[in-house]
Design a protein around this ligand. Structure first.
Ligand code: PRP
Ligand code: URA
Length: 209
């Protein structure tokens, strides 16, 4: 069974409230989405494997820890997932970044796959898929299925706001993929937008509406 982790850290919740506010403009929205992603990244990487390394401090030699081997690849779902990448890279600057393009057909709400470019060494990496919104779950389900074709070592999915409908659909489709979110909202509306949500994440990040 896949797990759903809700990050209820006060800093994340405080920033999320400002993010949701319709008066928050594009500049602040971008900054907040990156800050929230960075805080979530800290929690989501808690289980990274460590190995012993020899270090000489100014005082003496010691055995210390460093992250073991090739590790992470971040894969934002275009467009809105791009808004989380810089925050993630602030914490893990050596991570590689793949891209997967999906948009929801406005009539059917079904995801349309239009781009996929992943790091060549993806089978040696743990992937964190990024998208601020998990609504019906269609985009995330298809994106993760596409990424699985390239056999990464593991996959996690990180979003900022999830709807119960999306969580149910995603965990049924990918029971092996852990889901991280900052909030589990009430429901979807008739247009498959999350309530209360934050509106259209892509439009708010890129100022397209
Ligand atoms: C949004 C969002 C997710 C998707 C979530 O993208 O960023 O990718 O909708 O909805 P779902 O769970 O019902 O699939 P959108 O299709 O608006 O594209 P955009 O990022 O290019 O704006
Ligand atoms: N995509 C968004 O950007 N917002 C929603 O509420 C649902 C899908």
């Amino acid at each position: 069974m896949s797990k759903v982790m809700i990050f209820d850290h006060p800093l994340i919740q405080h920033k999320l409230s400002i993010l949701r506010d319709k008066r928050t403009g594009t500049k602040q929205f971008r900054e907040l989405i990156n800050e929230i992603a960075m805080l979530m990244c800290y929690e989501a990487t808690r289980d990274l494997p460590l190995e012993d390394v020899k270090v000489e401090t100014p005082m003496e030699k010691m055995t210390a820890k460093k992250i073991s081997g090739r590790t992470l690849a971040f894969v934002p779902i275009l467009r809105a997932g791009l808004g989380m990448v810089d925050g993630m890279l602030n914490l893990v600057p050596t991570a590689k970044v793949g891209h997967i393009g999906m948009y929801r057909d406005p009539e059917t709400h079904q995801p349309v796959d239009y781009y996929c470019k992943l790091p060549a060494d993806i089978p040696e990496r743990d992937v964190i898929v990024l998208d601020p919104m998990l609504a019906t779950g269609g985009s995330a389900i298809d994106a993760v299925a596409r990424i699985k074709e390239f056999s990464p070592r593991s996959i996690k999915f990180m979003c900022i706001i999830a709807a119960p409908e999306g969580v149910d659909a995603f965990t049924a489709a990918h029971p092996d993929v852990e889901v991280f979110c900052a909030a589990l909202d009430r429901q979807l509306n008739d247009h498959a937008y999350i309530l209360p949500g934050l509106g259209d994440a892509g439009d708010r990040i890129f100022g397209t509406k």
